[in-house]
Design a protein around this ligand. Structure first.
Ligand code: PEP
Ligand code: MG
Length: 363
C-alpha cells in the first residue's frame, strides 16, 4: 500500500486504527488517483466523466452526436469516443490496484458541450452535412434558463440511452481488460447514475446499463461482477429512498447539489450575494463548505433510515465537497455512512477527522 512517510505517516497510521469510515477520493485522472492513493485513499468514490468528453479527439464526435437526427447516427458518433473512454477507465483501474472505483455517468446539460466559436460551428455543420443555420438552431434549442434543474444527469441517459450504453461498454471493457492482466485484483465496477429523483428513472437507466454490461461480459466469456447505484442529490430522492434502495446497490450523497436544492441557493453563484448574506449571521455557516446538519443532514439521516432496511447490502457514502470537511466527516460518522470521498489533498484530513469522530464516540 502507498504510505505517507515520517511522523505524519505515523499519525495517519494511528488514525487508521481507530476510524470506522472508509476514505475514498474524487478523482478523474490517473495522476489525481495516484496522488490520492499515496495520501491513503481506499478507492475512488466519484469519477466525474464529463471533462473526458472535452479532449481534442472526442469533443468533435460528441458534438456530432448532439446534432444527429437518429439513434444510429448518435451511436456511430459515440462509437468514436468509446475507445478513448475505455482507455480512461483502464488507467483509473490500474491506478487503484483493485480498490473500488465509482464511475459517475455524464452529468452536465448538453449545451455545455456545444461550440460557441463561429469557426467550430462551421466545422460541425460541414461534418454533419447541415447548414450553419440548422446547427445554430439546434444549439439555441438546448438553451435552458435553469440548466442545473434541467436536462442533465440521469435525464440525459433517459432521453439519450446511447450515451449510457457507450459509457457502460467503456466501463465493462476496461474492467475486463484490467482483470485479465491482474486476476488477483478485485475489479468490480461501480456505475453511478446522477440526479435521480424517482425510482423509475433509475429502473429505466439501469435496464440499459444491465443489458449492455451483461452483453459485454457474455461476449468476453469472463466473470465480472458490477454494481449500479445512484447519487442522492435531490430532496425527492432522499424522501423516496425506500423505493430507490430496492433498485440500487449503493447510494452516494451529492451534497453539493443536495445543499443547492435544499436551500434553494445557487452553488454556482457562491461569492456573489451569498457571501454578504452569510455575514448577516442568519445562517451559521456557508452550507456549501460545512454540511448543514439541520436540513441537509436530516435528509441524509432519513435516506439511511428508509434505505437500509429495504436493502441491507446497500453501501452508502458521500462525494460532495463536504466529504473532506472535518465537522461534516464527524457527522457522516455519526449517521453511519460507510465512506466519505473527497479531493486528493483532503484525504489525510478526512482520515484524521474520521478517527477523531470514532474516538470521541468511545469516550
Ligand atoms: C454533488 O452534487 O455533490 C456532486 C458530488 O456532484 P457534482 O458536484 O459533480 O454535481
Ligand atoms: Mg451533483
Amino acid at each position: 500500500d502507498a504510505k505517507i512517510a515520517g511522523e505524519f505517516g505515523r499519525v495517519m497510521e494511528w488514525a487508521d486504527k481507530y476510524r470506522k469510515l472508509k476514505v475514498r477520493t474524487n478523482a478523474d485522472t490517473p495522476k489525481d488517483a495516484k496522488k490520492a492513493r499515496e495520501l491513503g485513499a481506499e478507492g475512488i468514490g466519484l469519477c466525474r466523466t464529463e471533462h473526458m468528453f472535452f479532449e481534442e479527439d472526442r469533443i468533435a464526435a460528441f458534438r456530432e452526436m448532439i446534432c444527429s437526427d437518429t439513434v444510429e447516427e448518435r451511436e456511430a458518433a459515440l462509437d468514436k469516443i468509446l475507445p478513448y473512454q475505455q482507455g480512461d477507465f483502464e488507467a483509473l483501474y490500474e491506478a487503484l490496484e483493485g480498490n473500488p472505483v465509482t464511475i459517475r455517468f455524464l452529468d452536465p446539460p448538453l449545451h455545455e458541450f456545444v461550440p460557441t466559436e463561429e469557426e467550430d460551428i462551421k466545422k460541425l455543420a460541414e461534418s454533419q452535412g447541415k447548414s450553419v443555420e440548422t446547427i445554430k438552431n439546434i444549439i439555441a434549442s438546448l438553451h435552458e434558463f435553469n440548466p442545473m434543474m434541467g436536462h442533465r444527469g440521469c435525464r440525459l441517459a433517459v432521453t439519450y440511452p446511447e450515451i449510457a450504453k457507450m459509457q457502460t461498454r467503456a466501463v465493462i471493457r476496461a474492467a475486463i481488460n484490467v482483470k485479465k492482466v491482474h486476476p488477483d485484483w478485485n475489479v468490480k465496477p461501480e456505475i453511478m447514475i446522477p440526479l435521480i429523483c424517482e425510482v423509475k428513472e433509475l429502473k429505466y437507466v439501469k435496464k440499459t446499463v444491465v443489458e449492455t454490461a451483461d452483453e459485454e461480459i457474455k461476449a468476453a466469456g469472463i466473470d465480472l461482477e458490477y454494481e449500479v447505484g445512484t447519487m442522492i442529490e435531490i430532496p425527492r430522492a432522499a424522501l423516496t429512498a425506500d423505493e430507490i434502495a430496492k433498485e440500487a446497490d449503493f447510494f452516494c450523497f451529492g451534497t453539493n447539489d443536495l445543499t443547492q436544492m435544499t436551500f434553494g441557493f445557487s452553488r454556482d453563484d457562491a461569492g456573489k450575494f451569498l457571501n454578504a448574506y452569510y455575514e448577516s449571521k442568519i445562517f451559521e455557516n456557508d452550507p456549501f463548505a460545512k454540511l448543514d446538519q439541520n436540513g441537509v443532514g436530516k435528509l441524509m439521516e432519513m435516506t439511511i433510515k428508509l434505505g437500509r432496511p429495504v436493502n441491507p447490502n446497500l453501501h452508502i457514502g458521500i462525494c460532495g465537497e463536504h466529504g473532506g470537511d472535518p465537522s461534516s466527516v464527524a457527522f457522516c460518522h455519526k449517521i453511519g455512512l460507510d465512506y466519505v470521498s473527497c479531493s486528493p489533498f483532503r484525504v489525510p484530513i478526512a482520515r484524521l477527522a474520521a478517527a477523531q469522530a470514532a474516538i470521541a464516540e468511545e469516550k
